[in-house]
Ligand binder design. Structure first.
Ligand SMILES: Cc1cc2nc3c(=O)[nH]c(=O)nc-3n(C[C@H](O)[C@H](O)[C@H](O)COP(=O)(O)O)c2cc1C
Length: 158
């Protein structure tokens, strides 16, 4: 049995998630970043996480050769950043404050939490690639998360 496209999307949309901005750098050292909710923890020992990147995203050829990426988990005040890094802009980083993780990837200011990851595997899967990262560095602050549910942004009520 194959599932109807619209039904499949409506099922997936009911899985509430946080939102990340995944950042990496190309061979020239130029920053790339993309809003991604297809993020998951994967392993505790060793510490591994994964992100799923669409094959047609600008980020796809960049992570295909990069050695690292960072995951920026957004706080509830950062909806504009989420929209910015999913939109069509020449330079998504213009005016966006950031520092750098141990491996050089952009850590955006005021995120809820971040992880600097070394790429250890890439698995093509359908129209996405699953990129697995070993966590080399991380940080967090006390704030509330930005959420995504049924195609819209949401916040924790309490
Ligand atoms: C809330 C949200 C979550 C998203 N999650 C993902 C994701 O997990 N993987 C992905 O490939 N694209 C995801 N996207 C879409 C990308 O952010 C968007 O297609 C991409 O930034 C387009 O970039 P490009 O123009 O550089 O190709 C998401 C977009 C939004 C708004």
């Amino acid at each position: 049995m194959t599932i109807d496209d619209d039904l499949f999307k409506s099922i997936l949309a009911r899985f509430a998630s946080g939102i990340t901005i995944v950042t990496t750098r190309d061979a020239d050292g130029r920053d790339h970043g993309m809003t991604a909710s297809a993020f998951s923890s994967l392993s505790l020992d060793p510490p591994l996480v994964l992100v799923c990147i669409a094959n047609d995203a600008t980020m796809a050829p960049v992570v295909a050769t990069a050695s690292s990426f960072a995951v920026n988990i957004l706080a509830d005040s950062q909806e504009a950043l989420s929209r910015r890094f999913a939109g069509k802009l020449d330079d998504r980083f213009a005016g966006v404050g950031h520092t750098r993780g141990e491996l050089g990837d952009a850590i955006l200011d005021d995120v809820l939490a971040w992880m600097q990851c070394r790429i250890v595997a890439r698995h093509p899967a359908g129209d996405h690639v699953v990129v697995i990262g070993a966590v080399d560095g991380a940080g967090a602050r006390d704030a509330r998360p930005l959420l995504y549910y049924r195609g819209g942004y949401a916040q924790l009520e309490r």
